[in-house]
Design a protein around this ligand. Structure first.
Ligand code: FAD
Length: 292
């Protein structure tokens, strides 16, 4: 299929791109990697009047360290995240999970900002933003604001961004000391969207008890699902196999709301969530122990 007719603009600065958004709002769609937007336009699921191509500017393509956080420009490609040394060192959960996104060809073009704003419940990066406690910086022509990842994803393919705003930067805190991580998913084939997936980070205190846990699921509801009650079951405890099973049962039965698709039923997704939670928790706790 071919897309509906649209105007095309390729600004060379963020300022110019923001001007288009200020004048045209949602009718001016930003083109980042085009890996979600272009197929949606070809199927005429989306018919924006104008495309504002962000690829002719360099100012949003960076990954840098600032104190105890990593700052990532929204146009950083998924492939750059995959191989970046800072990310590998300071936020290994992100490093581990990025290769699960699609295929290398798609990661060569797809951007962190495009994936986050696209807010597909089956996507990895929105889940990681919640698991990592990231903040997202939005900008319009007159102001900028930080939005916590937990407030950013407001529904299926829907975010807290205003029509005149561009996501410009993602701030990811360094992984705390004594923390273990794990990301696992099950997909029909490598590179496909997953049927179910979970990102876990667990921080232990000096006695080996759980100080903080994060369990966030993909394809488990209308957006990334942060299983806070299951995490609460672990907090302050020495994590045993029984406790891991309790947390996995709680998250998979009470906190996620999967709706199935052509490849799977909600029941099978809940089963996957339970098994994946136990496996990821086990790996995360082992890694946390090794770092102590
Ligand atoms: C075959 C295939 C398989 C895939 N499999 C997976 C997968 O397994 N997991 C996964 O997570 N993804 C998958 N993807 C999607 C891929 O990761 C996309 O790259 C990503 O979802 C969108 O990123 P993009 O940079 O291409 O954004 P685009 O497609 O260019 O844009 C997506 C949306 O975000 C908006 N946007 C882009 N940048 C900004 C910004 N800075 N500020 C505000 N709005 C912005 C656009 O206007 C558009 O509405 C797959 C894609 C394909 C084609």
């Amino acid at each position: 299929m071919k897309p509906a007719p649209f105007e095309y603009h390729a600004p060379t600065s963020l300022e110019q791109a923001l001007e288009f958004k200020a004048r045209h709002g949602d009718d001016a769609r930003l083109l980042a990697g085009g890996q979600s937007l272009v197929p949606a336009m070809n199927f005429r699921i989306m018919q924006p009047g104008m495309l504002v191509d962000l690829n002719r500017m360099d100012e949003l393509s960076y990954i840098r360290e600032a104190g105890d956080v990593i700052r990532i420009g929204s146009m950083a490609r998924e492939r750059h995240l995959e191989f970046d040394a800072l990310i590998k060192k300071h936020t290994p959960l992100l490093h581990e999970a990025v290769p699960f996104i699609a295929h290398p060809q798609i990661r060569n073009r797809g951007t962190i900002g495009g994936s986050i704003v696209n807010a597909d419940p089956a996507a990895e990066l929105p889940v990681l933003m919640l698991a990592l406690g990231a903040r997202l910086k939005a900008k319009n022509t007159s102001a900028e604001r930080w939005i916590d990842a937990r407030d950013f994803f407001v529904g299926m393919f829907t975010t807290a961004l205003e029509p005149d705003e561009i996501l410009v930067e993602i701030e990811v805190p360094f992984m705390p000391a004594n923390t273990g991580w794990s990301f696992m998913e099950v997909a029909p084939r490598a590179g496909d969207y997953a049927l179910m997936g979970v990102a876990v980070q667990v921080t232990l205190d000096e006695t080996g008890k759980c100080q903080q846990a994060k369990l966030v699921y993909l394809n488990a509801g209308e957006g990334p699902i942060d299983a806070q009650e299951a995490a609460q079951l672990l907090q302050g405890e020495t994590i045993t196999d029984t406790l891991m099973e309790d947390a996995a049962s709680h998250a998979s039965e009470k906190e996620i709301t999967p709706f199935g698709n052509v490849h799977t039923s909600p029941e099978f997704q809940r089963h996957l969530a339970k098994v994946l939670t136990q496996k990821t928790l086990k790996q995360a706790i082992q890694r946390a122990g090794e770092s102590q």
